[in-house]
Write a new protein. Structure first.
Length: 219
């Protein structure tokens, strides 16, 4: 089994920032699985696929080229060879991506790709189904949670006023509700450590994850 630190959590819980920093300190690769779902959404929007066309979304997921960086300090994503690193974070993509993440066939295909990327490697992997589906046998498994008000404030700060309150609510709470129809990322599975980041700094959360990694013999 590869050396994996698996981190799940809802939007705004701090999992991306935490996972990247943990990967840096462990000298591990880093995989942002959510970026892959966003990449499929970009391709669907590009080709005019309707968000209710489940078969079309599934087919796009099977055929689209996704190249993703696994270097914590140099994150990028290419969709069919075209750089989409900034595009995947745009509000219209965020509003569309649940059509991909709630598509069972799309999720199965992306899980397959994610497992292929991290096979026999040393990675910190973050998303919504890493501890339960992608890497249920990971050496370290963490569910990172936070108060909804704090999560929305964090996401709003990240977007620096690029969206209004309604769009922010959609990006954080509505997407969590939609995604939870296929994946349980609000309750920890057996053996998963819960870390509540509401009152913690990123450094404090990272320190707890690194302690788990040390206890598991990863550092």
């Amino acid at each position: 089994m590869s050396a994996i630190v698996a981190i799940d959590g809802p939007s705004g819980s701090g999992k991306s920032t935490t996972a990247r920093e943990a990967a840096r300190r462990l000298d591990f690769g880093y995989l942002d699985t959510g970026a892959m779902y966003r990449g499929v959404a970009v391709a669907c929007l590009r080709d005019g696929i309707d968000h209710e066309d489940a078969a079309g979304i599934a087919e796009m997921t099977r055929t689209v080229g996704l190249d993703i960086s696994t270097t914590p300090d140099d994150q990028w994503l290419r969709v069919d060879g075209v750089d989409a690193t900034l595009t995947i974070r745009e509000p219209h993509v965020s509003a569309w991506v649940s059509a991909v993440s709630t598509n069972a066939a799309s999720r199965a295909e992306l899980v397959r790709r994610q497992r292929a990327i991290i096979a026999a490697g040393r990675f910190v992997v973050e998303g919504r189904d890493i501890t339960t589906v992608v890497c249920p046998e990971a050496v370290v498994r963490v569910l990172l949670v936070a108060d909804p008000v704090r999560r929305m404030a964090r996401r709003g700060a990240e977007l620096a006023g690029a969206v209004d309150e309604a769009a922010l609510h959609d990006q954080v709470l509505r997407r969590d509700k939609d995604d939870s129809t296929l994946v349980n990322f609000t309750d920890a599975a057996p053996g998963v450590t819960v870390i509540d980041s509401t009152e913690l700094t990123i450094d404090e959360v990272v320190a707890r994850i690194l302690a788990l990694a040390r206890d598991a013999g990863l550092s």
